[in-house]
Design a protein around this ligand. Structure first.
Ligand SMILES: Cc1cc2nc3c(=O)[nH]c(=O)nc-3n(C[C@H](O)[C@H](O)[C@H](O)COP(=O)(O)O)c2cc1C
Length: 173
């Protein structure tokens, strides 16, 4: 399958079987996910693998919406950036997370993207701060997103073609 097919096949997936990816394979994917463009080649992006059942359960209430299923995900990657290196950690973590989504597809795994930055839980507590407390993440690290992943255990709709002519402006908006 080529890259275009991977892009078409990737759909946000929130139900997974219990099967986990082995650590060596995951490390390889994270290495490739880290190889995108980086300002001054500084590479501020790091990852946190979350597998502990109790810690995963705690994540279900991390945001007001969109996190209920996290307790059931077999594995979750938190995409972090060292904010002391550059404000571009946000762009660079986004690149890594997008690459990772496609690399997971290639490995036969599915995922979704849970945005964390500037989010709060139902009590108004900052989601990044909650993650720093649970996982001992240093204060200079931002958390862009959580990427839960596993073998797909739901049907997802096939994507329809996008109307790119509505989005492309040539020489003038
Ligand atoms: C910045 C961002 C934030 C998202 N936040 C959540 C979320 O909190 N919970 C969730 O289940 N999905 C989340 N998603 C996944 C979107 O719901 C999903 O990508 C969208 O419905 C389009 O579906 P697709 O990924 O299958 O194309 C998020 C995606 C992005 C890019």
């Amino acid at each position: 399958m080529d890259l275009k097919e991977r892009i078409i096949e990737r759909r946000a997936t929130r139900k997974y079987t219990d099967e986990k990816m082995d650590l060596e394979t995951l490390k390889e994917l994270l290495m490739y996910a880290s190889m995108g463009p980086s300002k001054a080649n500084a590479h501020p992006v790091e990852f946190l693998l979350i597998e502990d059942p109790e810690k995963k359960k705690a994540l279900a209430e991390l945001k007001r919406f969109g996190t209920k299923f996290l307790g059931e995900a077999p594995q979750i990657i938190a995409v972090l950036g060292d904010m002391a290196i550059d404000t571009t950690w946000v762009e660079e973590a986004s690149i890594a997370a997008a690459y990772l989504g496609l690399l997971l597809e290639e490995e036969g795994f599915s995922s979704t993207w849970i945005n964390i930055r500037e989010q709060t839980n139902a009590e108004g507590k900052d989601s990044e701060e909650i993650l720093r407390e649970i996982f001992n993440i240093p204060d200079n690290y931002g958390v862009l997103a959580l990427i839960p992943f596993g073998k797909k255990d739901e049907r997802t709709k096939k994507r329809k073609p996008f109307e790119i002519d509505e989005k492309l402006h040539i020489d003038e908006f």
